[in-house]
Design a protein around this ligand. Structure first.
Ligand code: SME
Length: 149
């Protein structure tokens, strides 16, 4: 599945669209093709502020369009610069619930010139669905997206 999606990600990146439209296409591609991806979005550092701002996403709208650094899974990744895999969101103290249907989450930071400037965030309604294959694939997605930022 991830192997087949890689060239599709690359052709979106190479397409003749705006960066925002490309990221939107990627969110929709992932949500439509990965059964355990129920919400897919990109958050980016909001200018000089120590907060994240929601960019493109696919899935239900969220109230959490701004997330301070340190808050929730996303805010923690903004500071740690490391992937964060959450098999069971209910076991997390520092978690921001977007929907009661969400069971698990993965957040992978996005680096441009070595700087953590944002992240891809996936919510799953399936308990404990993420493996190293998700991490490797999402690192690839972010590496590709970094080329257009
Ligand atoms: N659950 C995230 C907030 C973003 S929503 O999943 C879209 C968190 O704890 O940071």
């Amino acid at each position: 599945m991830f192997k087949a999606l890689r060239p599709q990600i690359s052709s979106i990146i190479d397409s003749n669209k705006t960066s925002d439209a490309k990221m939107q296409d990627i969110c929709e591609l992932l949500k439509a093709n990965v059964p355990h991806y129920d919400w897919v979005g990109f958050y980016f550092k909001n200018g000089d502020k120590r907060e994240l701002k929601l960019g493109s996403y696919a899935g239900v709208p969220t109230d959490h369009t701004i997330i301070p650094f340190g808050k929730g899974i996303c805010g923690q990744v903004a500071e740690s610069n490391e992937n964060f895999v959450v098999p069971d969101v209910q076991a997390q103290d520092n978690y921001i619930a977007c929907s009661i249907t969400v069971k698990a989450e993965i957040v992978v930071p996005l680096f441009v010139n070595g700087e953590n400037i944002g992240q891809i965030d996936i919510d799953s309604n399936t308990p404990d669905p993420f493996t190293e294959a998700d991490e490797t694939f999402l690192e690839f997605v972010n590496f590709e997206v970094a080329k257009i930022l």
